[in-house]
Design a protein around this ligand. Structure first.
Ligand SMILES: CC(=O)N[C@H]1[C@@H](OP(=O)(O)OP(=O)(O)OC[C@H]2O[C@@H](n3ccc(=O)[nH]c3=O)[C@H](O)[C@@H]2O)O[C@H](CO)[C@@H](O)[C@@H]1O
Length: 364
């Protein structure tokens, strides 16, 4: 069987596509990837027989010339994708969202090739929405999915694929901090969060000494902000490790007593698979406010605290941290509540759906 995967933009779209590619190859299928230059930054270990780079077109383009060139890029993308799909002999195309996935999905649907969609977030993204009406299935990561067009065929909750390194630590039991060291992990998305440096470092530095001196902080912070953050922690006597990106993040989540994060799809999925308490700050500018809705899967069951970006100050952060960090029993309850909130085994479930799609047991 030959399947084409269409994804682009951020790691948030590319990594789930990679998980399906790995599962597909394990089943002996051939894989072609259609993406753009931005998506290509995440393809170092993407297993595929063929890779096609399309010119990206953003529908958010403003101004008449930008809009016209976006339309031209989209049409060019459809034409390139059509030729590539034909040459490859794709039996199905699975789209993971991000603008560059749109031309491939539209090309496939025009050529009568079966299509399926995976949406990582709790709100169907724009590119996926465009193709949803004619797709054989719309698989989704969260238990809820907003903004689904009326004529959408088969909806199926599969969860979000997570990396092997996440599965490897999934069964590490939560050990309550009691009165011992408090491991705190602070990270933004795959691109970091400079706001967290400005707010959480001073908030932690202002905690009462008995809590402060128990802290062991891991903080993802960009290279520009790193020296200042480190200095804030040092002056406050807080043990801290900082880096612009942690490659061993899953292990660090497992080692944490509390995680402070955005609520990107993979971050929330990883907190659910490993089962750790968190304080979430949804990214305000996320399309259709999808990060706030993503967070609800954990906040609804009191597995996570929530601070909206507009309310985030060193003072509100300090108050929330004081409440959470001084209550070991509550952290334990939150860890238990987080565990298994999202469906697992997404890559296998997606490959099964793809098989059904190609066999004609789902609408093409
Ligand atoms: C700014 C932006 O467009 N964000 C979107 C992007 O998220 P983005 O890719 O930023 O966020 P996600 O939460 O989905 O993924 C972040 C990933 O980076 C990893 N990580 C992070 C920091 C670190 O030091 N090391 C590390 O490995 C995390 O473990 C996680 O696997 O795509 C997601 C899925 O469509 C969306 O939900 C987000 O709203």
């Amino acid at each position: 069987m030959r399947i084409a995967l269409a994804a682009g933009g951020t790691g948030g779209h590319m990594f789930p596509a990679q998980s399906l590619a790995e599962e597909a190859q394990a089943r002996g299928w051939e894989v072609m990837l259609l993406t753009d230059a931005r998506g290509d930054r995440y393809t170092d270990s993407f297993p595929c027989e063929r890779k096609v780079l399309l010119k990206a077109a953003s529908p958010s383009a403003r101004g008449i010339f930008a809009k016209a060139s976006a339309v031209l890029a989209l049409l060019g993308g459809i034409s390139t994708a059509s030729k590539a799909l034909k040459a490859f002999g794709a039996d199905a195309v699975i789209g993971f969202g991000g603008y560059p996935s749109a031309p491939s999905m539209l090309a496939a649907q025009r050529a009568g090739i079966a299509t399926g969609i995976h949406e990582q977030n709790a709100v169907l993204g724009r590119a996926n929405r465009l193709a949803a009406g004619k797709a054989g299935f719309v698989a989704h990561g969260f238990p809820v999915l907003d903004r689904v067009p009326k004529r959408t065929a088969r909806l199926k909750e599969t969860g979000n694929p997570v990396r092997r390194a996440v599965l490897d630590v999934a069964n590490t039991p939560f050990s309550p901090p009691g009165t011992g060291p408090l491991n705190l992990l602070i990270f933004g998305g795959s691109q970091g969060a400079s706001l967290f440096a400005k707010v959480f470092a001073p908030a932690l530095a202002a905690l009462p000494e008995d809590l402060r001196l128990r802290l062991k902080v891991t903080h993802q912070v960009s290279d520009e902000g790193r020296a200042e953050v480190f200095e804030t922690y040092r002056k406050a006597g807080i043990e801290a490790e900082t880096a612009s990106f942690f490659n061993d993040l899953p292990q660090r989540i497992a080692d944490s007593h509390l995680v402070i994060a955005r609520s990107g799809a993979s971050s929330v999925s990883e907190l659910s698979v490993i089962g750790r308490p968190s304080l979430l700050v949804p990214l305000k500018i996320a399309m259709d406010d999808h990060q706030r809705i993503n967070a609800q899967v954990l906040t609804d069951v009191e597995a996570a605290g929530l601070i909206l970006e507009d309310d985030l100050t060193p003072e509100t952060a300090q108050k929330a941290l004081l409440t959470l960090l001084s209550d070991s029993a509550r952290l334990t309850r939150m860890a238990e509540a987080a565990k298994g909130r999202m469906a697992e085994g997404a890559a296998g479930a997606l490959a099964d759906l793809t098989e059904e799609l190609v066999a004609g047991r789902l609408p093409a």
